[in-house]
Design a protein. Structure first.
Length: 317
């Protein structure tokens, strides 16, 4: 079995595997976790997923992530839904087993739900029941320079999927659009991409939402640009409104990004990270801007406050 392992697979991880049509699951080390060869997620990318993270043993934003998982299945026209209570048990048990074996770390927890197993026929009526897989691994601390210096992104020719083709608001396992974009971005010297839609409006990064600060106002692409409705994005919008920071959800172009004062990304695992260069050109003064720094602090304070209100899995190990 260990012959299949390589340095790119996190050995310090735990994987929970459920079984179609059953209410039990197993938690195994990564070298014992396999996808069935007739799985639709393997052949067609026919799956949906979510990534939750923990803070001090607390699964943060579980309700929001579960709601978005359900919505992805709705957008994917799933005829059968999984047992969500089973998925919650899988997530918690996988985390507990990780903490027991590897210690108290902040975790990246990915739950993938396949539409099912069946013949190599694109018609989903030929497959069985959906089932879930959960992966838990450590989130390593971000380098200090991410916050103090920021990261560099690149523009790409690859366009974001349109609503009519594959809704970006569905968090599906069919991720080739984003894969090709990040390959192009890295070829162009960036760590990630600023993607635009077919009409030239900014959408998002490959795994994150984007914000700019323009004339002192925070802008983020509106849903009709074709984006994922980010959970951290929603928290940032609420924080802006609570703290009287001008904010707009709107359409804007890449030219607006090049001329803005600040640019930053948001995601569940990375919170807020300043982007200080785009295609090698400085954004603002090429340093994290005051609005970005302020929102990053406010977001971290909000998360810490919410975490204190919730039970920790550390106490259940």
């Amino acid at each position: 079995m260990n012959g299949f392992m390589n340095t790119h697979i996190p050995e310090k991880s735990k994987v929970a595997i459920s079984f179609p049509g059953r209410s039990d699951f197993r938690v195994v080390p990564p070298n014992e976790a396999y996808v069935r060869v007739f799985d639709r997620s393997f052949h067609f990318g026919d799956s949906v997923y979510e990534v939750v993270r923990t803070y001090d043993g607390v699964l943060f934003g579980m309700k929001e992530h579960t709601d978005r998982l359900r919505n992805s299945m709705k957008l994917g026209l799933w005829a059968h839904l999984p047992d969500f209570s089973l998925i919650e048990r899988m997530i918690k048990d996988t985390c507990r087993q990780y903490f027991s074996e590897f210690g108290r770390k902040d975790l990246y927890v990915r739950v993938t739900v396949s539409r099912g197993i069946g013949d190599t026929n694109i018609d989903p009526t030929t497959c069985g029941q959906p089932y879930a897989v959960v992966i838990a691994k450590e989130i390593p601390p971000a380098p200090d320079w991410h916050a103090t210096k920021g990261v560099e992104f690149a523009t790409v020719q690859r366009r974001r999927n349109s609503h009519e083709a594959l809704p970006p608001s569905m968090k599906s396992g069919n991720y080739l659009n984003n894969v090709l974009a990040i390959v192009e971005a890295k070829h162009n010297g960036g760590s990630d991409a600023v993607m635009v839609n077919a009409h030239g409006f900014v959408t998002e990064g490959t795994t994150n939402n984007l914000f700019i600060v323009k004339n002192g106002v925070v802008w983020t692409p509106s849903m009709d640009a074709g984006i994922l409705e980010g959970i951290t994005r929603a928290m940032i919008l609420n924080l802006c409104r609570q703290h009287k920071i001008p904010v707009e959800e709107r359409l804007f172009t890449i030219q607006d990004v090049f001329s803005c004062e600040e640019l930053f990304l948001s995601s569940t695992t990375r919170e807020i990270v300043p982007i200080t260069k785009l295609d090698g050109q400085a954004i603002g003064n090429a340093k994290p801007g005051p609005v970005t720094v302020s929102l990053r602090k406010l977001l971290r304070e909000h998360i810490a406050s919410e975490v204190k209100k919730q039970p920790s899995l550390f106490e259940m190990v």
